[in-house]
Design a protein around this ligand. Structure first.
Ligand code: GTP
Ligand code: SPV
Ligand code: MN
Length: 592
């Protein structure tokens, strides 16, 4: 008797009509076979899917160029299909599930003709963890199959875990003909199903990541009492050897991967990596918040990554062994056969092709690598990997951080007054948009908890869920806001960032461990300048003061804008957060 899984695979194959169905086992040997197929047989726009890179300098690394329209997430083509539109909220594009199914069925009829359908069994999280989920993704391209092997725990264990059950997470993916007009990413939260067509790009195609790991998981978390968040998880070791775990939400391309493996500028401090993009957080029996990273790899932004900014990522990228490392839409040094991007150490190569494969002319004023070019690498290669990474229970979180790209207003660091005030800070978060999604860059938009594109249900209910989690925690983490991106009058970053961010984390963990005081202000608790460890840093005192400046006119604007943003959620907005807004107004003496 066929299992539910086998029946489902059969049903999708009848619709999509591949020439072959191949069940992956997630082995190293298999990944190499798939890369061979991508180098020799499969094509995108007439080009092979993979090119082998220089294995002397980049062991086991391969280069991939996407279709030219397929370079980032497409938020405008991403839908949440709850039966009830109100459940999806104004933060999501909504489509009736029946309408979405019939649309996708039409678009998928024969979409895998002439191609292989790969069946990818994987778990999000250590299969031994009570928090992990068994999933199956179907896809018709080797690039996605190989990427999923790096990013998840892919193995037949997932099939064993599913057994004859109907309860598994389903992903249907086809690149179709890459037509942006026929590109959709559809979520069916009640069926634990994601259906995506027309794109091979990470967040649109690696369905365990943003689609399941955040949009659908956030909805499961709401129902089951846990949180699925767009957060990095790190352990910060202080000179006494104590490790304090923190989770930090930053919007796309705002510094999570960098933070995840930061090389400390302060002696005696070390950062241990647990995750760089997604945290699933549960209330433990001990009343603390426990986090796991459901992923197993990094899908990171290449531009700006160097030995100077993020040496541990460069080391990770050069450590390909059991897992291949992929580079997508970077430039290619044609003399050395190495990937290249803006911001990499050293001089730009003399001879290179740009991310579209054309000979690069520096006089063109264009960038050689796409601004959202990325690498895909196994977390197992990271030299700062925490020994708790695979712990099925996860790690206990002592501080939660909310940050963004804010040229003005938001101080380098601020501690919230309490949990509800922290949720208010998260709910009010805003950030300048980046190349991670197809959109205009550099526009300030509200992006609560860095989840605006990823919360799979009504954001007002999500805020209420955050507030309710706080009530369940006997020992809630402290909540902070951070901002590395404040600029001066010339538009230059005032804070050096990267490895120097440890100075901020030192203050944060000292606050958590009750080792340092703070000054109360209208917007929260700020460090006393003398408590910040700025040893070895040349930065003028007035710049430091500017990083903490509270500008009344700017705050008045911020409050008015937040009020408008909250109003969009109508009566569903929790009163606790509108009360927080009134409290902030009266502390700032606005409208009083
Ligand atoms: P996603 O993978 O899209 O979720 O992004 P991310 O949040 O992991 O961002 P990432 O760490 O890849 O950083 C994105 C860009 O921000 C890179 O170009 C970095 O060089 C830059 N960046 C990261 N940290 C800092 C910092 O502390 N200061 C400054 N000025 N730039 C930073
Ligand atoms: C992001 O855009 O936040 C990413 C890349 O981390 S993607 O996986 O494409 O969402
Ligand atoms: Mn991300």
């Amino acid at each position: 008797m066929a299992t539910s899984l086998e029946k489902w695979v059969d049903e999708v194959a009848k619709l999509t009509k591949p020439v072959k169905i191949y069940w992956c086992d997630g082995s190293e040997e298999e990944a190499h076979r798939l890369i061979e197929v991508g180098m020799k047989e499969e094509k995108i726009a007439g080009e092979p899917i993979f090119h082998e890179l220089n294995h002397k300098t980049f062991p086991n690394s391969y280069y991939h160029r996407s279709h030219s329209t397929d370079v980032a997430r497409t938020e405008h083509l991403t839908f949440v299909c709850h039966p009830d539109k109100e459940m999806a909220g104004t933060n999501n594009n909504w489509m009736d599930p029946n309408e979405a199914k019939s649309k996708m069925t039409k678009l998928s009829d024969g979409c895998m003709k002439g191609r292989t359908m790969y069946v990818l069994p994987y778990t999000m999280g250590n299969p031994m963890s009570p928090y992990s989920k068994a999933c199956i993704q179907l896809t018709d391209v080797s690039y996605v199959a190989v990427s999923m092997r790096i990013m998840t725990r892919m193995s037949k264990d997932a099939i064993a875990k599913i057994g004859s059950s109907e309860d598994f997470v389903k992903g249907i993916h086809s690149v179709g003909d890459f037509d942006p007009e026929k590109r959709f990413v559809m979520h069916f939260p009640d069926e634990h199903l994601v259906w995506s067509i027309g794109s091979g790009y990470g967040g649109n195609a690696l369905l365990g990541k943003k689609c399941f790991g955040l949009r659908i998981a956030s909805w499961l978390g709401k129902q089951e009492g846990w949180l699925a968040e767009h957060m990095v998880i790190v352990g910060i070791e202080d000179p006494s050897g104590k490790i304090t775990y923190i989770a930090a939400a930053l919007p796309s391309a705002c510094g999570k991967t960098n933070l995840a493996m930061l090389e400390s500028a302060l002696p005696g401090y070390r950062v241990w990596t647990l995750g760089d993009d997604i945290a699933w957080m549960n209330v433990g029996d001990d009343g603390r918040l426990w986090a796991i990273n459901p992923e197993a790899g990094f899908f990171g932004v290449a531009p700006g990554t160097s030995m100077k900014t993020n040496p541990n990522m460069i080391r990770t990228l050069k450590a390909g062994k059991f897992y291949p490392t992929l580079f997508t839409n970077t430039a290619l040094n044609t003399d050395t056969n190495e990937p290249w991007w803006e911001g990499l150490d050293g001089m730009a190569p003399k001879n290179m092709t740009d991310w579209q494969g054309k000979r690069y002319n520096p006089a063109s004023g264009q960038k050689a690598a796409h601004a959202n070019s990325r690498f895909t690498a196994s977390i197992s290669q990271c030299p700062t990997l925490s020994k708790e990474f695979d712990n099925p229970k996860g790690v206990p979180i002592s501080a939660v951080l909310f940050g963004g790209r804010r040229a003005h207003l938001i101080p380098l660091v601020a501690e919230s007054r309490d949990w509800a005030h922290g949720v208010f800070i998260g709910a009010r978060m805003a950030s300048e948009t980046t190349a991670a999604a197809i959109q205009k860059e550099g526009v300030l938009r509200r992006d609560p908890m860095a989840m605006l594109p990823f919360c799979g249900y009504n954001m007002a209910d999500y805020f209420a869920h955050w507030l309710s989690i706080g009530k369940k925690l006997k020992h809630p983490p402290k909540i902070f806001s951070i901002n590395w991106f404040r600029t001066d009058d010339d538009g230059k970053f005032m804070w050096p960032g990267f490895g120097d961010n440890i100075r901020v984390f030192k203050w944060i963990i000292d606050r958590v461990n009750d080792k340092v005081g703070a000054r109360e202000t209208s917007i929260g608790k700020l460090p006393r300048i003398e408590d910040l460890d700025l040893d070895g840093l040349t930065i003028e005192k007035d710049i430091i003061e500017k990083l903490f400046e509270i500008n009344p006119a700017e705050w008045e604007q911020e409050v008015a804008d937040s009020e408008q943003f909250f109003a969009k959620f109508g009566a569903r907005m929790p009163k606790e957060l509108t009360d927080q807004l009134s409290g902030l107004k009266s502390r700032l003496k606005i409208g009083g």
